[in-house]
Design a protein around this ligand. Structure first.
Ligand code: ZN
Length: 320
């Protein structure tokens, strides 16, 4: 079913998240030339399909479109059609995006996992370009993963490959959204970072005073406040980032022995902290590395694209 779309043609990328659906018209160089967004309908399922159709219609009125790529925070079947599992969006299981969208638009359509799409954007147009193999983490509320080997996205036998956030690092550890216990996502995600900071403030309100003053109440603490505090030298904020980085670095050491990547690209909200986060990730990776000193270590670098990565990657993946 792979149809090659000319690089001069425009495609649409749709990124379905838990709160919003982003749409963009993207050219062959990965540039978004028009965009629109909708709130993700709480009912999910058919209502979500209707929302996507509306978004595509809005964007395609103004532009001639040659294909549609959709990405979603969900496991996608290996044939890139059916949603296998979606922890954060209602009524998606067994939904075939490709078939539903094709009923309305006579165009090539693909569906892809959101982290895979973001990985692809980084590989084609961003900071993962030129590395082989190259791994990608997208660290937000959760922790998504992507892997490109020999210029191809690695999906595995059933489409669930490269889910790096769900490597179990603490058997019987914290319950994860995937149903397993002790996944790295529970220790190295943005949610884990917030937990570290809140726990530290609760146990030492004096050390947490600057953060509490900035947030008002502990539950209003955000990643932005924490990042700014760490940049200003707040020791509690810095140690929360260090804890998260230590976990991620230890996981990078294991992944390096599994996959021997040339580079590991880190995206998502945590990248706002820059070297404040990436430097301790590299240090931890080195500290925990098996067969240390006998092999080269992968580069650990920040992603180029922010929230647009999924739209750009999905729009390019439909080009075939
Ligand atoms: Zn998990």
């Amino acid at each position: 079913m792979s149809i090659k779309i000319a690089s001069s043609a425009l495609t649409i990328g749709i990124d379905i998240g838990g709160t919003k659906v982003l749409g963009g018209v993207v050219d062959g160089s990965g540039k978004i030339i028009d965009s629109a967004r909708r709130v993700t309908p709480a009912a999910g399922g058919k209502e979500l399909i209707a929302t996507i159709v509306e978004l595509i219609k809005e964007l395609s009125v103004k532009h001639e479109i040659a294909g549609i790529g959709i990405c979603v925070a969900a496991l996608i079947s290996a044939d890139q059609g059916t949603i296998v599992g979606a922890p954060n969006i209602a009524n998606l299981s067994e939904l075939n995006f490709v078939a539903e969208i094709k009923k309305v638009f006579d165009l090539p359509v693909i569906a892809e996992n959101d982290a895979n799409a973001a990985m692809w954007a980084e590989y084609k147009f961003g900071n993962a370009k030129g590395f082989n193999p190259v791994m990608f983490f997208i660290i937000g509320t959760g922790m998504g993963g992507g892997l490109v080997i020999d210029g191809k996205l690695f999906r595995g036998a059933n489409g669930i490959g490269a889910e790096f956030g769900h490597m179990i690092v603490q058997p019987k550890g914290i319950l994860c959204g995937c149903g397993a216990y002790g996944c790295i996502e529970q220790y190295a995600s943005g949610s884990a970072l917030m937990r570290y900071a809140k726990d530290a403030i609760a146990s030492d309100p004096v050390a947490g005073k600057a953060l509490l003053d900035a947030a008002g109440v502990i539950n209003n603490l955000t990643g932005e406040i924490l990042t700014q505090a760490a940049k200003n030298g707040d020791q509690l904020a810095i140690s929360a980032f260090n804890k998260q980085a230590d976990w991620l670095g230890s996981a990078c050491a294991s992944y390096t022995l599994l996959l021997d990547p040339q580079a590991i690209v880190v995206g998502g909200g945590v990248v706002q902290a820059g070297e404040l986060f990436l430097a301790p990730v590299r240090a931890a990776m080195e500290k925990y590395m098996p067969f240390a000193g006998t092999h080269l270590l992968p580069k650990v670098i920040a992603a180029k694209f922010g929230n647009d990565a999924g739209v750009i990657g999905a729009a390019d993946l439909v080009r075939g």
